[in-house]
Design a protein around this ligand. Structure first.
Ligand SMILES: Cc1cc2nc3c(=O)[nH]c(=O)nc-3n(C[C@H](O)[C@H](O)[C@H](O)COP(=O)(O)O)c2cc1C
Ligand code: SF4
Length: 199
């Protein structure tokens, strides 16, 4: 397939499998140089882990924020001319800003943060970071997708199967008024309009 020069082409690259015999960061550094010198790539979007090391692919709450930014920075230094997107547990605009300001990546990639709050980028741009509904990295969305079910999210009601879990002790950060993210089947269910935190 051919595209015009103004068509953006990115490449998603798993840079470390954390698996014996799998891709290593050292191999990925070589591959990134070879790839970007042989074809025109507008950006590299980096990830890590595989289905055997899924915890590394979708780091949960006990992993530090921006878990793999330093791993991904090892690719950036060998291809400084290619914009690098780092991903994995970037949750707040401040974290993304810090990564970019520190020169570790050129862009912060978001997946679960956008599932939990599709308005994350708009709120960040408008300086409304406190209104972002945070992803709690429970990985329910992932579990549904790998079972070929429609995606759904624990912290916000979006199209998909009805929530099977119940959140308690959730409050709106904006108003500090107690509220529930989801209530049991058969009762009125409401979406969280603004950010919520688990207390
Ligand atoms: C529901 C779901 C589907 C995903 N599908 C893909 C995929 O098709 N290809 C891919 O490279 N990564 C996929 N990922 C991984 C994300 O792109 C991302 O690397 C990972 O969720 C960590 O980033 P995050 O902390 O911003 O969510 C998926 C993640 C989730 C939660
Ligand atoms: S289901 Fe859980 S992991 Fe997925 S976006 Fe919602 S809060 Fe985050």
């Amino acid at each position: 397939m051919q595209v015009g020069a103004d068509f953006i082409v990115g490449y998603r690259m798993g840079v470390e499998d954390f698996t014996a015999g799998g891709v290593t960061i050292e191999e990925s550094r070589i591959a990134a140089v070879q790839l970007t010198s042989s074809v025109e790539i507008d950006y590299l979007s980096l990830t890590q882990g595989n289905f055997d090391t899924i915890a590394e692919h979708l780091p949960e709450a006990h992993y530090p924020a921006a878990t793999y930014v330093d791993l991904h920075a090892q690719i950036k230094v060998v291809v400084p001319h290619v914009p690098i997107v780092t991903s994995s547990r970037i949750q707040t605009p401040a974290q993304a800003e810090t990564i970019i300001a520190g020169g570790k990546a050129d862009m912060g990639g978001l997946c679960r943060a956008l599932v939990a709050d599709p308005y994350w980028p708009s709120k960040a741009a408008l300086g409304q970071a406190n209104d972002i509904t945070p992803c709690i990295t429970c990985n329910r969305c992932w579990g549904l997708v790998v079972e070929s079910k429609r995606i759904a999210c624990t912290v916000i009601q979006i199209a998909g199967p009805k929530p099977t879990c119940r959140l308690k002790h959730v409050r709106h950060e904006r108003t500090a008024s107690p509220s529930l993210a989801a209530v049991p089947r058969g009762r009125r269910r409401r979406a969280l309009p603004w950010s919520a935190v688990i207390m």
